[in-house]
Design a protein around this ligand. Structure first.
Ligand SMILES: Cc1ncc(COP(=O)(O)O)c(C=O)c1O
Length: 313
């Protein structure tokens, strides 16, 4: 197999893809690199983008802040396109673990709730569920090798199922569409840790009925560590409250310096005060998605407040 591109007109096989992109990977001059499933080497264009950001901050400070924000936005749009989601369903997080913990710690768990998790999972997709089992609800531990009918039985009446797209140890790739179909049928929240497959295999969150998904960039996406995404399906966003709660979590966070900032703060404060899960342990966080309810209530409230611009996430 050549992996060459076929010219549509002539039918000729062109230069193989690996040769076209080989000069992007200087690491290949020194190493036979086989560790992508842990931390991938950076291609040149990725390293250049990171360097140019550092140079910009070095030479201009935050002069080009708006452009940095455009880059965030472009990342959300590209991530949404990659997994078949909408940009409003993508949050930028620091890694897969943060995405998983946001879902695990942000849901309202009751003692009667049950989670379906898998014994062979990477610790990031294992410990959060183990902790919930110790503290708040039941967990049914399946094996990744169990047949679909076992998953069907376990998800019946369960609140959430968490699984990796591709297993980190064995490389086993699960049938997301089949598991998603089962979860959908049983009204069970379907969470996927996608880091070991994203970029290498196609994935569509709609076809697979995925409710939330987390991944970082440093494996098959050939990006750096610390550049993760969390997808949460629009209708499910209300069921997860970000535990790591900071100033960018609220609607209209960037108008805090204007005279209207006071109005915003009042509205947001009342929204937050009425939020069920917020407790005194929250810390200053990074960028997450906006809670859909907050925006809806804000829209309603802002009709009463002249000269305040509604910023739709
Ligand atoms: C399946 C799986 N999930 C999560 C992680 C950890 O990802 P992160 O460092 O982005 O939290 C890994 C890393 O090897 C992994 O293989």
């Amino acid at each position: 197999m050549s992996f060459g591109q076929v010219d549509k007109k002539s039918g000729q096989v062109g230069e193989p893809l690996w040769r076209q992109y080989r000069d992007q990977f200087p690491v290949a001059e020194r190493l036979i690199y086989l560790n992508h499933a842990a931390v991938a080497p950076l291609p040149k264009r990725c390293a250049e983008a990171m360097k140019s950001f550092a140079d910009d901050a070095l030479e201009y400070g935050s002069r080009h802040y708006d452009k940095w924000m455009d880059t965030y936005e472009a990342l959300r749009v590209a991530a949404a396109r990659l997994i078949g989601a909408d940009r409003s369903e993508i949050a930028i997080v620091k890694n897969t673990s943060e995405g998983i913990a946001t879902v695990a710690m942000g849901m309202d768990w009751r003692p009667t709730d049950r989670i379906v998790a898998f014994k062979e999972e990477f610790p990031a997709n294992y410990y959060p569920w183990l902790r919930l089992e110790a503290q708040r609800c039941g967990v049914e531990w399946l094996s990744i090798h169990d047949p679909l009918h076992s998953i069907e039985r376990a998800t019946f009446g369960a609140k959430l199922l968490a699984i990796s797209f591709v297993q980190y140890l064995s490389g086993l790739r699960v049938d997301l569409n089949a598991i998603g179909e089962i979860c959908h049928r049983n009204h069970c929240f379907f969470f996927v840790d996608a880091i070991q497959g994203l970029g290498a295999f196609p994935l569509n969150v709609r076809t697979a009925h995925i409710d939330a998904l987390a991944a970082d960039g440093h494996k098959w996406m050939l990006g750096p560590e610390g550049c993760g995404i969390l997808y949460v399906q629009k209708d499910r966003q209300d069921s997860i409250f970000p535990k790591e709660f900071g100033w960018t979590n609220v609607a209209g966070y960037n108008v805090y310096r204007s005279p209207d900032g006071a109005t915003w703060r009042k509205i947001n404060a009342s929204l937050i005060a009425s939020t069920l899960y917020l407790d005194s342990t929250v810390s200053n966080g990074s960028t997450y998605y906006y809670a859909a309810t907050a925006v809806d209530i804000y829209r309603h409230e802002s009709r009463k407040t002249a000269a305040v611009k509604v910023i739709v996430p």
